[in-house]
Design a protein around this ligand. Structure first.
Ligand SMILES: Nc1ncnc2c1ncn2[C@@H]1O[C@H](COP(=O)(O)OP(=O)(O)OP(=O)(O)O)[C@@H](O)[C@H]1O
Ligand SMILES: [Mg+2]
Length: 508
């Protein structure tokens, strides 16, 4: 008897159901054929299944076996079909009689030759996809339980081997439903605290605004002034992720194959620091088996590009569209997929090749053309997408050796959280979380300017030659500054401070 076993695959971040059926023709010569657009890993599964069936105490039918994966127009990737194919085959060979509603059960798992199960990638995306399709139960390898059991609406059954899966399906063994994994991230201590960084109050203030509203920020200054240090401390002042954010980010890491038994969920915001030799594909995603890139791995977290001008210009320009839309579309011959990419971009650079252009003490030894060539490596449109431009001056000796402690990350984080709460309330039911994500309509509704502020803005737009994008970004920053000060309406001082971060933008 042939029955349909349901399994899944991922398209981008979406879980898609795949129906698996097996047919055995006893009179033909032995063969094992898999059809339905399987990739090399699925083709190889035949060898694993053959050995796993034999080594689990079952009989591999010495006949012609055809396995069909439907729908036929979606490419089936990876080894997660091993277990469902083996089970479909055992049903067709009458060695397994399923006693539960199989049309409501999703089955995933890679087999090893001895019949034990290995964890697979993309489980969370597939479980969410299956739940949306009305499925009730999912059978996964034991090591994937934590990841799958975040979805409370599904019964999660963790199995260790093919034999155990068969015993569960034919009703001879009871396996308890895995407990739901509670998403309550514990506080973690980051290695660098703001209180360890001396001076730099201006930059710290800008970083606080960036964290509060989710704005992009650039830091420019001489070598050794603390840019990298400040960026590393920045992650520690961001608020904890919400349940929805944890699910979004874990889904991305799951599809990228970056989850492990030790880290089955991503509970804390990511801090991604790709090296400047990274390729466009590594940064925005792609590859023959399309995977999310660094910008998606930094989703809801921080993408830190240190030594910003050292990145090839083509690589940097690939960031322009995702920075605007918060989503990246990767197109390949086999189709196009979208990955979310809402991150805070933090960049650090020296103002010139020797690094001392803006330094009041040490003389810059670069020629004007060297400086221009260095700065031209970053395109104007990309700089325009960065909201806060700051200078990180050298720290004076007195400040460096002073015993006075600066404000701690914890107390800055409290203010950031407070202003984020205001934003969550403001944007509830609007599908956005922070001021930086505001569209034109939100800006119209939430960024009213009084007469004085309008006057100041008018002068600034004329004198600083601001683009329409800059204008809107200044308004968003002013909104965040007002939120940080616990003030309902944007005032003149908020706009003035906001403009100050724009004025440091070098004009190209
Ligand atoms: N404000 C500061 N307070 C305390 N220590 C500092 C400060 N700034 C720099 N340092 C010290 O200098 C070291 C180098 O700082 P960091 O790597 O952040 O400099 P940078 O600005 O990134 O330099 P570069 O432009 O060369 O990358 C730090 O590890 C720290 O020991
Ligand atoms: Mg550095």
């Amino acid at each position: 008897m042939s029955i349909k076993i349901l399994s899944g695959t991922v398209l981008g971040l979406e879980g898609v159901l795949v129906e698996i059926e097996a047919d055995i023709t006893p009179t033909s010569l032995p063969a094992f054929i898999v059809v339905g657009l399987p990739d090399a890993a699925v083709q190889e599964s035949r060898e694993r299944i053959r050995s796993a069936i034999k080594n689990s105490g079952f009989k591999f039918p010495p006949s012609r076996i055809a396995v069909n994966l439907a729908p036929a127009d979606i490419k089936k990737q990876g080894p997660s079909f091993d277990l469902p194919i083996a089970l479909a085959l055992l049903c067709a060979a009458r060695q397994l009689e399923v006693k539960l509603p199989i049309d409501k059960t999703l089955i995933l798992g890679e087999l090893s030759l001895d019949g034990r199960l290995r964890p697979v990638n993309g489980v969370l995306a597939m479980v969410i996809g299956a739940q949306e399709k009305g499925m009730e139960r999912v059978i996964v390898p034991k090591d994937n339980i934590s990841e799958a059991s975040v979805i409370k609406e599904m019964e999660i059954i963790g199995v260790e081997s093919l034999a155990q899966a068969v015993e569960f399906l034919n009703g001879s063994k009871h396996i308890a439903i895995a407990n739901n994994f509670e998403l309550t991230p514990a506080d973690i201590k980051y290695s660098i605290d703001f209180s360890d960084i001396k001076g730099q109050e201006g930059v710290k203030r800008a970083l606080e605004i960036a964290a509060a509203g989710g704005h992009n920020i650039s830091m420019s200054g001489p070598p050794g002034s603390g840019k990298t240090l400040l960026a590393k401390a920045f992650i520690g002042i961001l608020p904890q992720m919400t349940r929805e954010e944890i699910l979004e980010v874990t889904k991305i890491y799951s599809v990228a194959g970056l989850l492990s038994v030790d880290q089955p969920l991503i509970l804390h915001r990511s801090f991604r620091t790709p090296h400047h030799t990274a390729s466009s594909v590594a940064l925005v995603g792609g590859g023959s088996f399309i995977k999310p890139g660094e910008i998606s791995l930094a989703h809801r977290g921080v993408l830190f590009l240190d030594e910003f001008p050292e990145f090839p210009r083509s690589v940097l320009d690939s960031l322009r569209q995702p920075l605007e839309d918060g989503i990246v579309t990767v197109s390949r011959a086999q189709g196009s997929v979208q990955f979310p990419a809402k991150f805070i971009l933090v960049t650090a650079m020296n103002p010139c090749p020797c690094g001392f252009l803006s330094d009041p003490v040490k003389k810059c030894v670069c020629s004007p053309s060297q400086v221009i060539n260095y700065q031209k490596k970053i395109s104007g449109p990309l700089l325009d997408r960065i909201d806060l431009h700051t200078e990180v001056p050298r720290v004076e000796y007195e400040k460096l050796v002073s015993l006075q402690k600066s404000e701690s990350s914890k107390s800055i984080a409290d203010r950031v959280l407070n202003s984020r709460r205001k934003q969550w309330l403001r944007f509830r039911n609007q599908n956005i979380y922070t001021n930086s994500e505001m569209g034109l309509e939100h800006i119209r509704n939430f960024c009213h300017l009084d007469i004085d502020s309008q006057e100041l803005m008018k002068k600034a737009v004329d004198q600083m030659n601001l683009s329409a994008r800059s204008y809107h970004r200044i308004l968003k920053i002013a909104r965040t500054i007002a939120d940080l000060s616990n003030i309902e309406n944007i005032r003149l001082e908020h706009v003035a401070e906001s403009l100050q971060y724009r004025s440091k933008l070098r004009q190209i």
